[in-house]
Ligand binder design. Structure first.
Ligand code: ATP
Ligand code: MG
Ligand code: FE
Length: 354
């Protein structure tokens, strides 16, 4: 029962096919991602109109490539899934319309997928992992700690009160005149820098609530950069390393608290898991810091491969697969939504404690 997934919520045009083998283990049959970085490079950020137009031009070819990679025709599919939010509306419309057209043309069910649910379920695509689990979702637009009780049943334990961490990485790159997306470039340069050179703040460190804050860190970084100007390559590397260390430290501190609560609320779990997802979860320094916290708490860390942390359509096809199997399909009138929080208005379907 393979499912085609389509992702166009931001600046990646992506299509993938995911099914299950005889034992029920999810299998990614195709996963094609076209990044629009080049199209947006001159503007220092994603331009919505340019993104939507690029999706229109590329999507048919990307879908065809995914079907070819999978060695399947549309008639072999069980359903078609597409991201219908949250994200840039122009791109969402392109992906949703394409998915609906294929579904309508072939008489297949259409599944509307929340992009964040795609990120949230990715650990179940890449690893054996039962509900419930604790999830750290760190991406370009979100920084949240969620309890994933089951499919469609997400409880938000903490969130950023200002910037998302991916956004902070991107702004750091911009400030230091490194190319976008900032995360991978800051990580690459940080590898040659001294993380102890600049003393940057760890906002909300030690606080009982499970929220995050990164705007103070961003401001402190800018002030440090201004004080050290003109910046040599070595200064830039030290700034990147110091920023990345502060980010990893902040995440680790908040995660430690969340793990305490998770262990207290679910003392009897046979295989307690901390999962990470979203583009920032591709960062090695951050994964190492989280691995240490998970180990201290006696919890298994599940971190998908970097290519499945950043935006892709395999996660959309997989979320679509879980929904389809749970009997949840959508009509062709399913709307696109620029805002669509995971924990509000999501219909609990199956899973632990419901
Ligand atoms: P959202 O999923 O919240 O809607 P998005 O889809 O734009 O936002 P993702 O594609 O999940 O976000 O992640 C992109 C973000 O991840 C960017 O901000 C990028 O800089 C960051 N990122 C990617 N790789 C790394 C890395 N190696 N280290 C740190 N950050 C990274
Ligand atoms: Mg992107
Ligand atoms: Fe994303």
């Amino acid at each position: 029962t393979p499912i085609l997934g389509i992702e166009t919520s931001c600046d990646e045009t992506a299509a993938a096919v995911v099914g299950r083998d005889r034992d029920g283990v999810p299998v990614t049959l195709a996963n094609v991602v076209l990044s629009q970085v080049a199209e947006h490079a001159a503007f220092g950020g994603v331009v919505p109109e340019i993104a939507a137009r690029a999706h229109v031009e590329a999507l048919d070819g990307i879908v065809r490539a995914a079907m070819d990679d999978a060695g399947l025709g549309f008639g072999d599919l069980a359903a078609v899934a597409a991201t219908t939010g949250p994200g840039l509306v122009g791109g969402l419309i392109v992906g949703a319309m394409t998915g609906k057209a294929i579904a309508a043309g072939r008489g297949l069910p259409f599944v509307a997928v929340n992009h964040l649910e795609g990120h949230a379920l990715t650990p179940r695509l890449t690893d054996r992992l039962d509900y419930p689990y604790l999830l750290l979702l760190v991406s370009g637009g979100h920084t949240q700690i969620l309890l994933v009780r089951g499919l469609g049943a997400y409880e938000r334990w903490g969130t950023t009160i200002d910037d998302a961490l991916g956004e902070a990485f991107d702004k750091t790159a911009k400030l230091l005149q490194l190319p976008q997306p900032g995360g991978p470039n800051v990580e690459r340069i940080a590898a040659t820098g001294d993380a102890k050179r600049f003393a940057l703040p760890r906002p909300l460190r030690g606080e009982a609530r499970l929220d995050f804050s990164f705007s103070g860190l961003k401001t402190a970084l800018r002030q440090a950069a201004e004080a050290a100007a003109p910046l040599s390559d070595g200064d830039v590397a030290d700034l990147c390393a110091s920023f990345q260390a502060a980010a990893a430290d902040s995440l680790a501190d908040r995660t430690r608290r969340a793990l305490e609560r998770f262990r207290a609320e679910f003392p009897g779990l046979a295989d307690p898991v901390l999962a990470v997802a979203g583009g920032v979860a591709a960062n090695r320094a951050i994964r190492t810091a989280l691995e240490a916290e998970a180990a201290k708490a006696g919890v298994r860390l599940v971190a998908p491969p970097a290519a499945l942390c950043t935006d892709n359509a395999a996660m959309i096809a997989y979320a679509g697969l879980e929904r389809f199997e749970a009997g949840h399909v959508d009509g062709l009138e399913a709307p696109v939504r620029s805002r669509w929080p995971l924990d509000a208005g999501a219909v609990p379907l199956v899973g632990f404690g419901r």
